[in-house]
Design a protein around this ligand. Structure first.
Ligand code: DQA
Length: 145
């Protein structure tokens, strides 16, 4: 199967960005580990990080016709703001897991609202870089690997 991982704004700074909140693992390390594990299970996985809402929306739209079967999405700050990225995921109607390194429910009140959770297959949050790994476990299980 074909998996797509989308990382929203500021996640390119992982490793140095508020390490007490997000940990010290870099985005490159996270993507490498996810790619390796997906390949081991016989799947294809690609990742995209963007700080731009438009780029993320365009990539979700492309997923409709490029054979993508499943997505892991960390919308980052767009989690709490982006009706447009939510609408893109609703439009392509592909299954996705919402991922967060931190637990947004244990932070500022404005992080408690997600425009994605009710559309997601499930949500993994609060486990640092391991949130992505746990989400991949769930995705692989669902894809029957
Ligand atoms: C985040 C949580 C969001 O509230 C925040 O805006 C992020 C990262 C996380 O992975 O913990 O940028 O999605």
């Amino acid at each position: 199967a074909k998996l797509l991982v989308l990382h929203g704004p500021n996640l390119n700074l992982l490793g140095t960005r508020e390490p007490e909140v997000y940990g010290r693992t870099t985005l490159a390390e996270i993507d490498a580990e996810l790619g390796r594990r997906a390949r081991e299970a016989g799947h294809d996985l690609t990742s995209l990080q963007s700080n731009a809402e438009a780029a993320l929306i365009d990539r979700v739209q492309a997923a409709r016709t490029d054979g993508t079967d499943f997505l892991l999405v960390n919308p980052a700050g767009f989690t709490h703001t982006s009706v447009a990225l939510r609408d893109a995921l609703a439009a392509v109607a592909l299954p996705f897991i919402e991922v967060h390194l931190s637990n947004p429910h244990a932070r500022e009140p404005f992080r408690r609202t997600s425009y994605f959770s009710d559309l997601a297959v499930g949500v993994v949050a609060g486990f640092g870089a391991a949130s992505y790994s746990l989400a991949l476990d769930a995705a692989l299980q669902r894809l029957g690997a």
